[in-house]
Structure formats: C-alpha cells, structure tokens
Design a protein. Structure first.
Length: 125
C-alpha cells in the first residue's frame, strides 16, 4: 500500500524538477538576450574607444571571446589581467549601463550553469 507521504514527496520532486527546467530555459534565453545587448551596446563602444586610445588589441579576435573579456574587465579587477585587457581600461571606459549589462551577462549565465549542474544527473538517466 502506498502511503500519502510518498505520493506527496513524488509530487514535490516533480514540481521542483519542472521548476528547475523552467528556470534553466528562462536563464538560457536571458543569457542570449544579455549577450546580444552587451555586444550591441558595450563591445562596439569598447572597440571604438580602445582603437581611439591606441590599444586596439582585439582586431584579430572574434567577437565571442571579447564578450567575457570586456565583462570581466568591467566587473573584476584580477580576472581581467590574464585576458589581455587591463582593468583600468575597462573601468575607465565603462558606463553605468555597461556595468549593468556585464552583471546581467554573468548572473544569467551563472544561474543557467547552476540549474544545468543540478538537472544533469536527472536528465542523464
């Protein structure tokens, strides 16, 4: 005989799993939108300003890697050193909207990664 508590636990687990799937899908969409906005607003602005300052280090680089590089240079001082862009350049050029977009890119990707890590064992069965 199945107890009522077991049924409730199975329903709760199913609801949590469904909520995590929805969170993962929303965070993927949020990550894509935030990266698109960051490219349109910040990456283009940084490319122009760095070229004007004579520090056009990213001409041979493709745009995808500059998203994280510029976002790291805006937010974290030590992380940007290893990516070839000085934090001083990132913080000097960054406007308030650039900082908000950089935080949005990183937070939405972080939420996606956490939801993916939690969901992976359940999806691989």
């Amino acid at each position: 005989m199945i107890s009522f508590g077991l049924i409730v636990n199975q329903i709760n687990i199913a609801l949590i799993y469904d909520a995590l799937v929805i969170i993962a899908m929303v965070s993927v969409i949020s990550t894509l939108i935030s990266m698109w906005c960051f490219i349109r607003v910040t990456v283009k602005y940084f490319d122009k300003e760095l070229a004007r300052m004579g520090r056009d280090w990213a001409t041979s680089d493709w745009r995808g890697s500059r998203i994280s590089t510029y976002a790291l240079a805006i937010i974290w001082q030590r992380a940007s050193i290893s990516y070839g862009m000085r934090h001083e350049d990132g913080s000097a050029l960054a406007r308030r909207r650039d900082y908000i977009l950089a935080v949005w890119v990183h937070l939405s990707f972080l939420v996606f990664m956490i939801a993916g890590i939690i969901l992976y064992p359940e999806m691989s069965e």
